[in-house]
Each structure stands twice: as structure tokens, then as C-alpha cells.
Design a protein around this ligand. Structure first.
Ligand code: SAM
Length: 282
């Protein structure tokens, strides 16, 4: 599944791409709309977390390690809070979720009330985090479909560095930008798409069903949104130029969102579909 399979996909115009604030404002409206899909999954999240389970992938728990002793973990772009509370489930004493979508955060509040977790929720854009959060995190985590929605990588990276207490850790696990270069050929193999790896932000309307299930608002009437599959070099450079020491960058054939299930597992194992970055606050 490729975003180009959606009907309404086009490169952002130069004027759109120059206006980060407007792109993020559009994304907020689109994500508030998409919260409907997370709402459908709320009962499942409550039952998972109430029974002591968590929603993190094995690769994520391996990256995060033992969180017992982590006083406060901040989860950026936390959506409905399932992964945030999962950080608590695997040991963090307290968790904070940050998202700009009020509808997502109201789901997170409902999840917290049902599960009884030591969590707080902050409505903020990741490039404009409240100064009161500076230096408060032993761990900042971000994952699975987060970086592509941020149109200002330097502002994002600076915010992460500000959030972390000295010596605090940043862990990112996300989709690999190269995954858009390939799509299933319908026969279990790969074919090259016409995706431009070095293109800028892309505007789209509607969601790939493997990512967000159909919403009650028809695709063609949904809000436009802007995604940018930043190259690995751009992500690494932004973090390296913030007050962070990079510890490890790794790539994996892990298809975290199930967008390539139509490709044979052996074929999927040949391409980088996700990556991680670990860094420490200087
Ligand atoms: C795919 S979801 C991330 C889901 C998360 N990884 C999880 O599994 O819980 C992307 C989230 O990022 C949020 N988001 C996108 N851009 C943001 C921004 N600039 N600031 C804060 N939140 C943002 C959206 O509201 C949405 O909840």
C-alpha cells in the first residue's frame, strides 16, 4: 500500500511548504478527524492495559530497555495514549503524553481514568512545547508514524533536547522513508513506485486503510494534511545539531503499520521498512 494509491495526493505547493504553521494547523484538523478511528479502539486499549499488557512492539521494548527507575517518560505525539501508558506498564514511574489533537487527548484521559495510571496529558505542538516541561524527562519516546507529520525538524529536535534532563535518553522508532519507494507487485514481490525520495512535503486527503480505517466523513470531504517522509540524513542531522549525543541509528525490515502485508515475508526482509535512533542529552 502506497500513499499514492489515495485519490487526493499531490506535492505541496511552494507556498504551502513554506508555511509550517499552516501545515501543522491543517494536520491538527485532519488528526482530530482521524481520532474517530482511535475511539473505535478505546475499549480494546482499556482491556489490554487493565489486564497488565502493553502495546509496544518487541523492537520498541528492546530499544527502551528496563524502565524501572525511569522517573518520568514523555511520549511525543501520543495520540490516544495507549503507547504512553504502555511505557508505564513496562516500568516508568510516571508518564506524560503530548499531542496537539484535543480529541486524541480526551481519549487518552478516558483511557487513564479507566486504567488508573499516573499519567498527565499536554496539548501542544511538538515544535512549541511549554517551557515548564524543560528538563523534566528522563526519557523522551516517539514512535510509529510520528516524524513524517512534523514539518520543522530543527524545532522538533530542539524541543526534545529541552525536554530531557541532563543524561536523559531519547528513543525514536519510526517508518523508514525508503519504504515509500517500493510497493507490492500483486504477486508477493516489490516494484518501484514513482515516489520522489528527495521530494518535499506531500498534501493528501483520506487515509490508507491499513493506517486509519474508513472514517464517517468521506475521504473527499476530509481535511487536507501534510506529511514529509524526511530522509534518514535529515532526521539524524537535526538531532545531531540539537544538544543531543547520538548513540545508535539502526534500520529494520519491520513493517510496523502493516502497509506491506501483501508482500511475501522473505521479500519484506530485504528492505529497510523502519528505523530507530537513540540519543542522550549532553
Ligand atoms: C500516527 S499517530 C502516532 C501514534 C503513536 N505513535 C501511537 O502509536 O500512540 C500521530 C499523532 O501525532 C500527532 N501529531 C502530528 N503532528 C503533531 C505535532 N506537530 N505536534 C503534536 N502532535 C502531533 C497527531 O495528532 C497524532 O495523534
Amino acid at each position: 500500500m502506497n500513499p499514492d494509491d489515495l485519490d487526493d495526493v499531490r506535492p505541496a505547493t511552494d507556498a504551502e511548504a513554506a508555511d509550517v504553521v499552516a501545515m501543522h494547523a491543517a494536520n491538527l484538523l485532519a488528526w482530530d478527524e482521524a481520532a474517530e478511528d482511535y475511539e473505535r479502539r478505546l475499549a480494546g486499549s482499556i482491556s489490554l492495559l487493565s489486564s497488565g499488557g502493553h502495546s509496544l512492539l518487541p523492537i520498541e521494548t528492546a530499544l527502551l530497555g528496563n524502565l524501572h527507575g525511569c522517573a518520568r517518560a514523555v511520549h511525543l505525539q501520543c495520540a490516544g495514549g495507549e503507547d504512553t501508558l504502555s511505557l508505564w506498564r513496562i516500568g516508568a514511574a510516571a508518564v506524560v503524553g503530548v499531542d496537539f489533537s484535543p480529541r486524541m487527548l480526551s481519549l487518552a484521559e478516558r483511557l487513564t481514568a479507566a486504567v488508573g495510571a499516573p499519567a498527565t496529558w499536554v496539548q501542544a505542538d511538538v515544535r512549541d512545547l511549554p517551557a515548564s516541561m524543560d528538563g523534566t524527562a528522563a526519557l523522551v519516546f516517539s514512535g510509529r508514524g510520528s516524524v513524517m507529520w512534523v514539518q520543522d525538524l530543527d524545532g522538533w529536535a530542539a524541543g526534545i533536547a529541552r525536554l530531557l534532563a541532563p543524561g536523559g535518553r531519547f528513543v525514536l522508532f519510526d517508518g523508514h522513508p525508503a519504504e515509500w519507494l517500493f510497493d507490492g507487485d500483486g504477486d508477493g514481490g516489490w516494484l518501484l513506485t514513482d515516489y520522489d525520495y528527495f521530494g518535499g512535503p506531500e498534501a493528501s486527503r483520506g487515509w490508507a486503510p491499513a493506517y486509519i480505517e474508513r472514517l464517517s466523513v468521506p475521504d473527499g470531504q476530509q481535511h487536507w494534511k501534510f506529511a514529509h517522509a524526511w530522509t534518514l540524513g535529515e532526521v539524524v542531522t537535526a538531532l545531531a545539531q540539537a544538544d543531543l549525543r547520538l548513540v545508535r541509528v539502526a534500520e529494520y525490515p519491520v513493517d510496523w503499520w502493516g502497509g506491506h502485508r501483501d508482500v511475501e515475508p522473505a521479500e519484506r526482509g530485504r528492505l529497510p521498512l523502519s528505523f530507530s535512533i537513540e540519543a542522550v542529552r549532553r
